[in-house]
Design a protein around this ligand. Structure first.
Ligand code: SF4
Length: 775
């Protein structure tokens, strides 16, 4: 037996019988659906249909239009990371259920801070986060959850290597859960309460999504990589263009992209707000399954190909005439990979894209800092065997010319399995030889867990990464750091050039002997290692065989963990003359509402964490001041959490006014829990990001949208706002807000909401968790 198979037999994988049952249900449901409508189906539709809850009426389902109507689904798996997972498990515990009813895993990846290097950083994290890890491990063992230790790897990479399977449906408490779409799975980032409900055996509800098709032809070549496909798509769709949509990649070009390359693309679908992204099953996925010790799953997938791919007629019709796409997709994007250029996006937003050939011009135009302070590759997005091999090929060319990088270079392997494999096969050594430092198999600099004592406070600087997010403050907690994103091989080239304006396609480097040379494009790299992936030991703790004997460890005096108290139910009254805590201006991601970095350590302690409320939000009332506003009670300028606490002490609820796509970015439900905890009654925005809107609803906050976006301008700093006739709330209705201005004038503005019946019950009960508990 190979080491690969021995690894998989220890229980760290999705079981064959589970997958067989999923395919049986897919088959059954699709047949049932075809009796109602015999139209060809996309893969996204097949997986949705195959996972519909048994209560679904297929006739009603067939009548749904995208964006209108909710569907109930039964996910096959749940994945939790160590930060959002704390609250998820605390919420699950409140349901009073003995064991999870959907296969679930916890992954310790977000809490490891990057300081020096892999071994010492992981050791320090285990010491500093000991009580959190003990809680997660003990709760996992008790409730039947697989526990991946600190250092085992980043959630999405570990899921791809072990749990993802074609045709499956999973949810995860992390916005990059769609990574598993690279292996043909519908994988969706959700809030912790959604996950807790599925773990408790309830179906999961989601807005019936739109369908965006991306038709790929041609083949990646030269410097162009899978990263450039998604960077290009992001430039077309922008950060909100994929909202409430499944993005489905298909066409001959899709079959030319490696499985892990596909995962890079689906991972970053989160950057454009997509519900998830997916590719049809193909030979690239088959070879990845086999290489990661899951030949049994590849065999079943091969027998069920018609369930795991979009109906061939769709691709045929679209290849003949693009107009045919309207029959199957709400929108079609076409990319000829033969013509695609390498892209760089940023700073501060992933949809600010340009081909590398235009970068130098953009730097001049926008006064970006050309000197790169640090270059970083890896993360859950781009640390595959193929990625690292291509990056190492560039490193090899530099070594042969006797040069090293001109910037510090940090490498984050996505998992212990990939780290050990690229250590064995030499890629890491090549990167070390040009000056790389290898960080822990963890999120680190991708989520603000990055100690950079060498950078002074407020010092502007440029970094280049192969990560996925680049909001201000995302990487090192400093808003002045400008993050540009590109493929790993491009980042290595930029690290060698030392400048953002360096274009490896045309610019030369200087060899150690003074001669000039140009880098060659990276060689075609193996998608999976010839010798298979290395086995790993001591990174996984299975559920206990005697769960009754396991006690969940929570220290009563903990500063990191706090048992949750239920939020109060709605008292049945209108919201009357509430103050506005802030009117947010421009981009307000969940990172702005509930920042990560040093705050990650308090994610299990709601009271302490609430001190970070809106710390990154730009206040439209105060000339763009960040994190502070006017306290209407004492007229002082204070942090939002301070003001909110004072309002709360005085029995005052309050309101947040949001701009466009309020709450985009990470799925973190704390961005809804902390406002709720401090007394937020409603958020009124021009528009919401999907996950955050649901999170607000679940926590009992009224999520409302301006009917006329321009009414945002009418809200003044010292207004009091009433929201009236709440007893008459009906699904998808209109609500009226009354603005009481301090000059005595009063005006009414219409608002809309997207609540359905079940969600209105959450509002009335005070939270969705209160409903779960009452069951
Ligand atoms: S995107 Fe970054 S923070 Fe999120 S899971 Fe991946 S590596 Fe971790």
């Amino acid at each position: 037996m190979s080491s690969q198979n021995s690894l998989k037999l220890k229980g760290k994988t999705t079981k064959t019988d589970l997958v067989s049952k999923v395919y049986e249900k897919l088959q059954k449901n699709i047949l049932k659906f075809k009796q109602v409508s015999n139209k060809p189906l996309t893969l996204g539709e097949k997986i949705l249909i195959g996972h519909l809850d048994q209560s679904t009426d297929f006739m009603t389902f067939n009548g749904l239009t995208p964006g209108n109507g909710y569907i109930l689904l039964n996910p096959d798996r749940v994945a939790l990371q160590d930060v959002t997972g704390q609250t998820t498990i605390l919420q699950f515990m409140q349901a009073g259920i003995k064991q999870v009813l959907a296969p679930t895993t916890v992954h310790c990846d977000h809490l490891i801070q990057a300081r020096v290097g892999s071994a010492s950083d992981t050791k320090a994290a285990i010491y500093e986060n000991n009580e959190v890890y003990q809680f997660l491990e003990s709760a996992s063992r008790k409730y039947g959850i697989g526990f991946w230790k600190p250092g085992a790897g980043i959630i999405h990479q570990v899921v791809l290597e072990n749990y993802a399977f074609p045709g499956g449906l999973m949810i995860g408490t992390d916005s990059h859960t769609p990574n598993a779409g690279g292996l043909g799975m519908l994988a969706i980032g959700v809030g912790g309460l959604d996950a807790a409900e599925v773990m408790a055996g309830l179906p999961w509800e989601v807005l019936y999504p739109k369908r965006i098709g991306v038709y790929l032809t041609g083949k990646l070549n030269g410097w162009t990589s899978s990263k450039d496909i998604i960077l290009f798509v992001a430039s077309k769709l922008t950060v909100s263009g994929g909202t409430n949509a499944i993005i489905e990649y298909f066409g001959p070009g899709a079959r030319n992209v490696s499985c892990t390359g596909k995962a890079t693309i689906t991972n970053m679908g989160a950057e454009i707000g997509a519900t998830c992204s997916v590719f049809s099953y193909d030979s690239k996925m088959e070879s990845y399954l086999i290489s990661t010790g899951r030949k049994d799953l590849a065999d079943i997938a091969n027998k069920n190909k018609e369930l795991l791919t979009l109906d061939p007629i769709i691709e045929k019709e679209i290849s003949q005439n693009r107009e045919n796409a309207t029959k199957y997709f709400d929108q079609l994007i076409e990319i000829n990979l033969d013509d695609l250029e390498p892209y760089i996006v940023g700073p501060h937003t992933p949809d600010l894209a340009r081909p590398i050939s235009k970068m130098a011009e953009d730097i001049q135009k926008n006064n970006y800092l050309d000197t790169i302070s640090v270059s970083l590759i890896g993360s859950c997005t781009n640390s595959s065997y193929e990625d690292m091999s291509r990056a190492a090929d560039i490193a090899k060319q530099a070594i042969e010319k006797g040069i090293k990088t001109r910037t510090p270079l940090q490498v984050t392997p996505g998992s212990e399995m990939i780290r050990e494999t690229i250590e064995r096969d030499g890629q890491i050594q090549l990167l070390r030889d040009i000056g790389a430092n290898v960080l822990a198999n963890a999120c680190g600099p991708c989520i603000g867990q990055w100690s950079r004592p060498e950078i002074k406070k407020g010092e502007p600087n440029t970094i280049v990464t192969s990560y996925n997010r680049n909001f201000p403050g995302r990487n090192d907690g400093r808003r002045e750091t400008m993050n540009f994103i590109g493929s790993p091989e491009l980042v290595i080239a930029l690290a060698l050039g030392g400048r953002l304006s360096f274009n490896p396609l045309k610019d030369e480097l200087e060899a150690s002997d003074g001669t000039k040379f140009k880098l060659n494009p990276p060689k075609l790299a193996p998608e999976v290692p010839k010798e298979g992936f290395k086995d790993t030991v001591d990174i996984y703790v299975p559920p206990a065989t005697d769960p009754e004997s396991v006690a969940v460890v929570i220290d009563k005096n903990s500063q990191r963990l706090q048992a949750l108290e239920p939020f109060l139910e709605w008292d049945g009254n209108d919201f009357s003359k509430l103050p506005v805590l802030t009117k947010v201006m421009g981009k307000c991601t969940t990172d702005h509402i509930s920042p990560a970095g040093p705050w990650l350590m308090y994610r299990g302690h709601l009271d302490r964490l609430s001190d970070n409320l809106l710390l990154g939000a730009v206040n439209a009332f105060r000339d763009g001041e960040v994190g502070k506003g006017l306290n209407l009670l004492n007229k002082n300028i204070e942090t939002f959490s301070h003001i909110a606490r004072e309002y709360k002490q005085n029995g005052l609820k309050w309101i947040i006014i949001g701009d466009n796509n309020y709450g985009e970015g990470s799925s973190r439900e704390h961005a809804a829990m902390t406002p709720r905890y401090l007394g937020c009654a409603a958020v009124i925005a021009k528009s919401f990001a999907r996950i955050h809107e649901t999170n607000l609803k679940k926590q009992g906050i009224l999520a409302l949208t301006f009917v006329e976006s321009s009414n945002y301008e009418k809200i003044r700093e010292d207004d009091r706002i009433s929201i009236i006739n709440l007893r008459d709330l009906r699904p998808k209705g209109v609500v009226t807000a009354v603005l009481y201005h301090s000059d005595g004038t009063v005006e009414q503005i219409p608002l809309i909401h997207s609540y359905n019946d079940a969600q209105l019950k959450w509002f009335r009960a005070g939270s969705a968790l209160n409903i779960l508990r009452s069951r």
